[in-house]
Design a protein. Structure first.
Length: 357
């Protein structure tokens, strides 16, 4: 006798909706043991973690600031994963999008040849989206035409892009006023995004990201292309048999995913940094994979998942300064919640059954 996994005839929508909550509760229970093992008071640790993420105006603003690029890279991964195209290159697409945005916004010593600000700002965003889309188009073509694994090509592409960005920051796009520090020229102040909360770093890029999440949900739910993406993701062979243009859908999905990651770079530059450096992203592209999986690949769920992940990272930094628990507990919480989410989703769709054969 052995146990086998059997797919449920109709997965419970309630179970799928409760899976993230169950994953978070399980994660907190596991991390409670780790905190107690470190000899710290559990209640105070979690209170400081929450307070450091949401307890003050400054804490909330920092959480929203960090959640903004995570929301966009999470959307980039969610839309690609939904079609079974595993984009692990959002980090490189973010950097290339940021570089493209500064290249357009910083034309002619930052004046943009005196073009109107709305036109120049739109050109920045368009350049960033195109840069990310075209970068991901290469692995998509390799996958659809030659069957090359996109996980490998997108992951290795990150390192190629970072080397290219490094070359540009030390060469043609280097700011002559940076005293030798490798950074690009800064954007004109008129091209920067407005503040969401005054006297903080939170900016209106969060509204852009939330609007794109809503738009992506509407695209998935109410358009032919959204249906095609879901169909290809469910079964590419059956979709091809039914006459759907699988390769074309895959290429379109890849370009949409890359464009979202490229916009993450542009919005990060326009909203927070004003220029490109090699350390502007602490791994937003990779963390976007976690955000997408925690959200169950649902665009609206990405909004909540990105705020949760950002809150854990920001809160842990604050908590570690007040109590003897290292801020690596945030990485443990995020990683454990991802694993718990995968398991919870698995058992929402499958059940264990005894096989007597």
């Amino acid at each position: 006798m052995k146990l086998i996994l059997e797919r449920r005839p109709e997965p419970s929508r309630l179970a799928l909706a409760l899976a993230p909550i169950a994953a978070i509760l399980f994660t907190l229970a596991v991390c409670t043991l780790l905190v107690a093992w470190a000899g710290a008071p559990v209640g105070r640790t979690y209170a400081l973690l929450f307070e450091g993420a949401f307890g003050t105006r400054f804490a909330l603003s920092e959480t929203l600031t960090r959640a903004t690029p995570l929301m966009l890279t999470g959307l980039a991964c969610a839309v690609a994963f939904r079609a079974r195209f595993y984009n692990i290159g959002a980090e490189g697409q973010l950097y290339l999008g940021a570089l493209a945005a500064v290249a357009v916004g910083g034309l002619h010593d930052g004046t943009g040849f005196d073009l109107p600000v709305p036109m120049l700002f739109g050109g920045m965003m368009l350049a960033a989206a195109l840069a990310g889309a075209l970068l991901l188009l290469i692995p998509a073509i390799l996958k659809t035409r030659l069957g090359v694994d996109e996980v490998v090509t997108t992951l290795l592409g990150n390192f190629i892009v970072l080397l290219f960005v490094s070359m540009m920051l030390d060469g043609p796009m280097k700011d002559p006023m940076a005293m030798g520090w490798p950074q690009s020229v800064a954007l004109n102040g008129d091209l920067e995004l407005g503040k969401l909360i005054e006297r903080t770093r939170a900016h209106t890029g969060l509204l852009w990201a939330a609007g794109l999440a809503l738009g992506l949900w509407l695209l998935n739910r109410y358009t032919v292309f959204g249906f095609q993406m879901r169909a290809v993701g469910a079964n590419a062979h059956a979709s091809r048999f039914l006459g759907l243009p699988v390769n074309r859908v895959m290429l379109g999905t890849a370009m949409l995913s890359g464009a979202l990651a490229g916009l993450a770079g542009a919005i990060e530059v326009a909203g927070r940094t004003s220029y490109v450096t090699l350390d502007m992203s602490p791994g937003y592209g990779y963390t976007g994979v976690v955000v997408a999986m925690l959200a169950g690949l649902h665009p609206l769920g990405v909004i909540l998942a990105s705020i949760f992940v950002a809150g854990m990272l920001v809160g842990a930094d604050s908590m570690s300064r007040a109590i003897a628990v290292p801020n690596y507990i945030a990485d443990v919480i995020v990683a454990t919640s991802l694993l718990a989410m995968l398991v919870a989703t698995l058992f929402a769709q499958y059940r264990l059954r005894r096989n007597r054969a």
